[in-house]
Structures are given as structure tokens and as C-alpha cells.
Ligand binder design. Structure first.
Ligand code: FES
Length: 104
């Protein structure tokens, strides 16, 4: 079991368990991590799962595909580190990844 660390806009954080292969959004929402949501259930059609993933974790991620990029560009409060958490699968390389939730 890997861990992910959702961080709220106010800096509060928690650590939740996440099995390999599960998306960051699923791991966060199933563990009631505040600030991470996923209205479309991971279909990459809502962008409500948007969050920020900073260095050094950002360099570990696969680049966003065209669908994620299009959805992300239409989201609010986009930053260079913005990603859609439903499109990122938990792996050993991402153990203890920090996921910053946006202000909602
Ligand atoms: S949960 Fe809808 S785009 Fe990620």
C-alpha cells in the first residue's frame, strides 16, 4: 500500500493509503480527503479533480494526454503544476506524493 498526502489550501494535510493502480482522485475521495473531488467518477470530463502537483513529484508523472490537457485548460485557477488527479495512477514511484487541493 502506498501513501498519498492531500494538502488543503490552508496547509492542513493528511496521509491516506492508496493501492497501486488506483487514481489519486479515487484514493483521496475514498478516504474522505478534504478538497479533492471527482464529480465524473474519473471519466476525465469534469475537471473537478484538478489539483497541483509540484516538484519533485511532477517530474515523476506521465505527461498529460490531449484529453486531460483540454479539460485542464478549461478549469479554474490553472497553474503550471495543475493536473487532473483522476488521470494519475498510484505507483511505487509516487509513494507519499503531495497533492495540493485548489481553493473551491
Ligand atoms: S474526476 Fe472528472 S475529470 Fe477527473
Amino acid at each position: 500500500m502506498r501513501k498519498i498526502v492531500p494538502v488543503q489550501p490552508d496547509g492542513a494535510s493528511q496521509t491516506v493509503d492508496a493501492p497501486a493502480g488506483q487514481s489519486l482522485m479515487e484514493a483521496a475521495t475514498q478516504n474522505n480527503a478534504r478538497g479533492i473531488v471527482g464529480d465524473c467518477g474519473g471519466a476525465c470530463s469534469c475537471a473537478t479533480c484538478r489539483a497541483y502537483i509540484d516538484a519533485p513529484w511532477a517530474e515523476q508523472l506521465k505527461p498529460a494526454d490531449d484529453i486531460e490537457t483540454g479539460m485542464r485548460e478549461g478549469a479554474l485557477d490553472v497553474e503550471p503544476s495543475s493536473r487532473l488527479d483522476c488521470q494519475i495512477a498510484v505507483s511505487d514511484a509516487l509513494d507519499r506524493i503531495v497533492v495540493r487541493a485548489p481553493v473551491r
